[in-house]
Design a protein around this ligand. Structure first.
Ligand SMILES: [Zn+2]
Length: 487
C-alpha cells in the first residue's frame, strides 16, 4: 500500500469516526426527547388524538435539536475559531468571547454560540459562522419568511397569521407577514417574475409533442378592477407612532389593474406561460411587453403567436409595434355585446331581437363580417337610441374588421374569446385583492399582484432566491457594534 493510499485510508477512518460521533450525539438527543414524550403522554385511555397532539407539541424541540446538533458538529472548527483576517484591511483579528444567538427556522429555534471578531480600524464586526450558514438579520430565517408569505399571498393577512401559527407552530403576526411581503416584493418588475426561456421552451415542447402544427401562443391584454384607497389615506395623526389609514377621510375607489398573459392552447386545455398584472398606465404595459420581447423569453418562431383583446386602441398599438407578425383577434364575446345592444335598442325585449342576434352572431362566427356590416348598414333605426347603437356597432366591427375572421381563426385552432385572460384576472387579481373590507394602497396591491404572478408563473422560489442573494441581507446580519450579551 502506497503513501497516498494510506492517507486516503486514514481520511476514511477519520470520516467514519466523525460520522459515528454525530450519530451518537443525535441518538442522545432523541433519547432525551423520548424521556420528555413519555412524561407527557397520558397513562390511561390513550386516543390517537392525544398521541398526535402530544407529539405535535414536542416536534419542534426535536427537529430543532437535530438541526442544532448537525450544525454544531459540522462547524466545530468555526465555533472554535480564534483568529480571522479583516475583510477590509486584512489585519489579523483575535476572537472575542462567544455570543449566543437564537434563530427561528421551520424546524424550530436553533441556538448558536459563536465567536465574534471586531476590527477597531475599520469599525466592522463579523460572525464568520453566521456567514457560512447564510443567516439573515433578525430572528426569523428566510425559510419561515417564505412559507409565511406563501400563505399570505393566498388568504388575508389575519387568516394567514392564524393558519401559519396553527400549522407550523411558529407564531407570526399579520403585521410581520405584511412587512415580509413588502420586503420581498418591493420593486419587482415583469422580468423578475417571468419564467426563463428554457422553462418556456419546455412548456412549448410539451404542447407541441405529437402535433403537426406549431402550438398557438395567446397574448391576452385586459384590465381588472381592484379595490383601492388613495395614498392620502396614509396619514399620521399627532401623537400616533405608527401610520394608520384615516378611515373617515378617504373614499375608496376601484382602479384598473392592467394585465397581460401569455398562454398556450393545448386542445381544450390552457398551459400557462407568463402573467403580469399591475395598477399601471398603458405606457407601462407597453414597457413591460417591450422588456419581455427584448429578454427573448418568448419563442416566437416555435409558436403561432396570437393576440386577443377587446379592441382598445392602445393595446393594438403596442402589439403592432412589438409583434407585427402576430395574428390579431378581436374578442368574439365582446362583439356579441355590441350586437345585443343593437338588438335591444332596435327591437326591444322581443323574439325578433333574439332571432336577429342569433342570426347575426352565426354569420360572424362563420367569418362573414362583410354580410354583418352590410346588414347593419341597411337597418332602419327605430329610435335615436337604436341609431346610436347601430352606428357604434358598425364602427367597432369595421375598425377591427381584419381581426374578426372567426371562421378561419377556428380552423386555424385560434381562440375566439379571451377566457384565458379573464381567468388570469380572476385568479391573480380578484381572488386575493377583492376581500370584504379590504382597500389596498396602490403600492401594496402591486406588490401582492407581483408575487401572485410569480406564483402562477412558477417563479416564486426564484424570486426568494434572487432577493436573498441581491439584497445584501447576509451582511446586514453582522452588526458593526460589539455585542452586548457575552457568554
Ligand atoms: Zn479592518
Amino acid at each position: 500500500m502506497g503513501y497516498a493510499a494510506q492517507v486516503i485510508a486514514l481520511d476514511d477512518v477519520r470520516a467514519s469516526q466523525q460520522h459515528q460521533a454525530l450519530r451518537q450525539q443525535l441518538h442522545e438527543r432523541f433519547d432525551q426527547w423520548l424521556d420528555e414524550l413519555e412524561l407527557q403522554l397520558p397513562e390511561a385511555e390513550l386516543t390517537i388524538r392525544q398521541v398526535s397532539e402530544t407529539i405535535w407539541g414536542l416536534r419542534q424541540p426535536l427537529t430543532a435539536s437535530v438541526a442544532q446538533t448537525i450544525v454544531e458538529h459540522r462547524y466545530q472548527a468555526e465555533q472554535r475559531r480564534t483568529s480571522l483576517h479583516c475583510a477590509t484591511c486584512e489585519r489579523l483579528l483575535q476572537a472575542r468571547p462567544r455570543v449566543l444567538r437564537t434563530v427561528e427556522t421551520l424546524v424550530g429555534a436553533i441556538e448558536l454560540e459563536r465567536p465574534y471578531f471586531y476590527c477597531r480600524q475599520c469599525q466592522c464586526g463579523r460572525y464568520p459562522l453566521d456567514e457560512v450558514l447564510g443567516l439573515r438579520a433578525g430572528r426569523m430565517q428566510p425559510d419561515v419568511q417564505q412559507a409565511a408569505v406563501d400563505l399570505a399571498t393566498e388568504v388575508p393577512y389575519e387568516t394567514a397569521s392564524t393558519l401559519f401559527g396553527r400549522l407550523s407552530g411558529i407564531p407570526v403576526s399579520s403585521e410581520r407577514m405584511h412587512t415580509w411581503t413588502q420586503q420581498v416584493a418591493e420593486g419587482l418588475r415583469v422580468l423578475d417574475v417571468a419564467p426563463s426561456r428554457e422553462e418556456i421552451d419546455q412548456r412549448v415542447a410539451q404542447v407541441r409533442a405529437g402535433r403537426f402544427r406549431r402550438p398557438v401562443l395567446v397574448l391576452g391584454i385586459d384590465g381588472a378592477y381592484v379595490p383601492s384607497r388613495p395614498a392620502s389615506a396614509r396619514g399620521r395623526r399627532p401623537g400616533q407612532a405608527r401610520q394608520r389609514a384615516r378611515r373617515a377621510r378617504w373614499h375608496h375607489e376601484w382602479r384598473e389593474a392592467k394585465g397581460l398573459r401569455f398562454y398556450l392552447l393545448d386542445g381544450e386545455r390552457i398551459v400557462h406561460v407568463l402573467s403580469w398584472h399591475q395598477i399601471q398606465t398603458e405606457h407601462e404595459v407597453g414597457e413591460a411587453l417591450q422588456q419581455v420581447k427584448d429578454a427573448g423569453v418568448i419563442p416566437e418562431e416555435a409558436v403561432r403567436l396570437c393576440v386577443m383583446c377587446d379592441g382598445a386602441e392602445w393595446i393594438w398599438k403596442h402589439v403592432q409595434a412589438l409583434f407585427p407578425k402576430a395574428c390579431q383577434v378581436l374578442d368574439y364575446y365582446h362583439c356579441a355585446e355590441y350586437l345585443h345592444k343593437v338588438a335591444k335598442a332596435q327591437y326591444g325585449q322581443t323574439v325578433q331581437a333574439l332571432e336577429w342576434v342569433e342570426a347575426t352572431l352565426t354569420r360572424l362566427y362563420m367569418g362573414k363580417i362583410g354580410t354583418v356590416l352590410g346588414g347593419l348598414r341597411r337597418m332602419q333605426p327605430t329610435s335615436e337610441e337604436a341609431l346610436k347603437a347601430i352606428d357604434n356597432c358598425w364602427v367597432y366591427l369595421s375598425d377591427h374588421r381584419g381581426r374578426t375572421d372567426y371562421g378561419k381563426l377556428r380552423r386555424g385552432g385560434y381562440p375566439l374569446g379571451s377566457g384565458g385572460m379573464e381567468s388570469s384576472n380572476k385568479c391573480i387579481c380578484h381572488v386575493r385583492l377583492k376581500r370584504s373590507g379590504a382597500w389596498w394602497y396602490e403600492e401594496s396591491s402591486n406588490q401582492m399582484l407581483a408575487l401572485r404572478c410569480a406564483k402562477y408563473n412558477g417563479t416564486f422560489d426564484q424570486v426568494w432566491l434572487f432577493r436573498s442573494l441581491s439584497s445584501g441581507c447576509v451582511h446586514a446580519a453582522f452588526s458593526s457594534t460589539p455585542p452586548m450579551k457575552v457568554l
